[in-house]
Design a protein around this ligand. Structure first.
Ligand code: BDR
Ligand code: CA
Length: 312
């Protein structure tokens, strides 16, 4: 088993990532921390609690974190996630309460209470909580196991501007600090996540499982399918955030290359651009950029985990 904290801003694809993690016995899920991003932080915290209730995993604590980016104005992405952040899925007030305390303090306390290198962190939203935690506890970056982050764009170009992907663009200052912190990072940018598409067949296979978690997953993927095909580019929607959990469960689904990543913070035009430098000594690399993803393999993994978690 792998010990894990998920930092996220659900968000439909974050929510699918959570439902995958809840269904994976190979992961010891220590906490979910949420951040303002796709929708405001109160909504991301509630949505994480809704997913945990749907999955019957109220044992996992949910902590709310940063309301706004380090420096910039908050920007949402409700058009891709629905105003509540869960697509067409009806939101409700979850039964189990929030965990007390701030996400940043919880992240520090949990990681530092375990041996160095033990706790992995999956980052599915803007990196504000992670940057704040690293500022508050300077030993955190070295104490963390790997950080598997969804963010950035290289050959695919951006999805919020020509140069930038949403998570990095939303809080470029936080991302710049985290990439410069020295922690080991596996980075799922758009180059990889655009290879993982929620086709109608793949959604139908998940829906056929018939459990509440599988039906919620299918509903959110269908919402993305509609938005992406009708409003965006007429393609099947990419599945971004669950790639971080999929990598932790089955890294062979991805190809990564050692590199050094830096984030543009000075320019307005290229704000949040990820400069991915491969011309480094691989032995010293702290960052690994995903270049290839097995889209069918990721969906087979999600389907298998949701199926195996179903009551027999
Ligand atoms: C990222 O932006 C968010 O809208 C998604 O949840 C994902 O984390 C993709 O650019
Ligand atoms: Ca997200």
């Amino acid at each position: 088993t792998r010990s894990l904290i998920i930092d996220c801003d659900p968000g439909v694809d974050d929510a699918v990532g959570l439902l995958l993690a809840f269904a994976a016995p190979g992961l010891e899920l220590l906490a979910i921390t949420t951040v303002g991003g796709n929708v405001p932080v109160e909504a991301t915290a509630r949505n994480a609690r809704i997913m945990r209730q749907i999955a019957g995993r109220e044992d996992v604590p949910v902590y709310a974190g940063a309301e706004r980016p380090l420096v910039r104005e908050p920007a949402g992405a409700g058009e891709f996630h629905g105003l509540e952040g869960t697509g067409d899925l009806t939101v409700f007030e979850p039964g189990a309460p929030m965990a007390q305390g701030h996400a940043v303090d919880a992240m520090i306390a949990i990681v530092m209470s375990r041996p160095a290198g033990e706790v992995a962190l999956s980052v599915m939203g803007p990196m504000t909580n992670v940057a704040l935690a690293m500022r508050k506890e300077p030993r955190l970056a070295a104490h963390l196991g790997c950080v598997v982050a969804m963010g950035g764009a290289r050959s695919e170009g951006g999805n919020i501007t020509a140069s930038a992907e949403f998570n990095i663009w939303a809080d470029p200052d936080a991302a710049a600090e985290v990439f410069a912190s020295g922690c080991e990072m596996i980075v799922m940018g758009l180059d990889a996540t655009h290879q993982v598409r929620a086709t109608e067949d793949r959604i139908a296979a998940i829906e056929a499982i018939g459990t509440p978690a599988a039906e919620a997953t299918a509903s959110m993927l269908r919402f993305s399918h509609r938005i992406e095909r009708e409003i965006v580019r007429g393609e099947d929607p990419p599945l971004h955030d669950p790639c971080t959990v999929a990598w932790l469960l089955k890294p062979e689904l991805f190809t990564t290359r050692p590199c050094r990543i830096e984030v543009e913070t000075a320019s307005d035009l290229t704000r949040g651009h990820t400069a991915v430098e491969f011309r480094i000594d691989p032995a010293t690399a702290r960052h690994h950029w995903a270049t290839k993803a097995d889209g069918q393999g990721v969906f087979d993994l999600i389907t298998a985990k949701l199926k195996a978690a179903a009551p027999q």
